[in-house]
Design a protein around this ligand. Sequence first.
Ligand code: ZN
Length: 468
Amino acid sequence: MTRRSSLALALSLVALGQPLAAQQPVDWAKLKEETTQVLADYIRVNTTNPPGNELDAAMFLKRICDREGIENQVLDTVAFRARHGANFYARLRGDGSKKAIALVHHMDVVPAAPAFWSVDPFAGTIKDGYLYGRGSIDMKDQGIAHLMAMIAIKRSGLPLTRDIVFIGNADEELNSSGGLEFVKSHADLLKDVEFLMTEGADNQVDASGKVAWYSVGVAEKRTFWQKLSVKGTPSHGSRPTKLNPVPKLVAALDRIAKWETPLHVTPGVDKYFRDISVTYAGDQRRWLSNVKVAVKNARAREWITSNVYWNSILRNSISLTALQGSNKTNVIPPEATAELDIRLLPDTDVPTFLAELKKVAGDTAVHFETLLQPKTPLESPIDTDLFRAIERAARERDPGVMVTTPMLTAATDRPTYRRLGIVTYGFDPFKVPPAESQRGMHGNDERISLENLGFGVRFLYDVLRYAQ
Ligand SMILES: [Zn+2]
């Protein structure tokens, strides 16, 4: 076939909704083996944050991309000199007829306490069908799945309409400075990027590895921390006085604690409840299938909000956490303070919410200080080529399986990229049972099964293929 006619054939296949075919078949068993070895080597590059040392990780990724003939750059070594840090960027070029897809991971990991591990957390030990090590599920595993899927695409000669951009960021675990620096200094490298995938979604898997549903994280809550303080006049506790700031603060906090913020259903959350409703029966099934209506019904509302996760994704939430008055029983302090961990829904107007909160506190003696400003709202659209590609690849593996959109109540680097208008998803190609992620993520004996590594890299390859 001439180049021209093969291009014409490829285009007509795309028009028919047929995935593009690779010119060389992929040896999946070999790729699984290689993915395991590369991840073991990556875990051995100790990027415990602090300090991070992500320059070592970036150089590791660079050596692999150089060997594979994939263009790449180690970036921001000057900005991150103090932490021996860097960001990493690589790009596999397509024909440019569609916009690019970026695969983003953070190269740093949280500290590990070797005394609590059964193996050295940085040795990349393979044992009983698992690869152990800090970062093996958060999130060097995803980084290497991104890298090896990209490499497999290049080696197999799969025609690409969209470039694949690979990014490794520094410092996600402490200050998110890697993502922020990348977006600030290298927006030009992202200007043709339409879609981005990174952490922020967990597939629902039982202990036997059976999938209840796959997740695409389209939304996350916005962290908005407040410090409340009341000033008073210090004096001796033996003589009660109205100038004691503690009772004033306590009264305001009591009003805030009793405040039931309105329930509000955002698009991704609406879809999530509708999707999972089929796994329930009777009234519960009916309620979840239309949560907007259900939250107006007292019985339904009580049942739904008794689930702490569901409650959090349906409203702006406030947790009273830090509290400080006097440090001596007999001393009335000059000041009393409290801190609120507030998590806002993506579409909440921040000044309006703050004005409401002050009204609820109900005392002008209470001073509000913002400790953490909310990031850019993250609520990505669902009706996209990439979402459909994930659904297709998921259903090929598990016929009829749900692909749903739970909201993350915690925070990731996604809003930083969303700010540029990029459709940003949380997507994890692995099937990690909850017991594994609860023990291992930021905990001890973090590990991933070798079977999962083979599964994930092939899943991601297919997602990228179907998104062309
Ligand atoms: Zn992470």
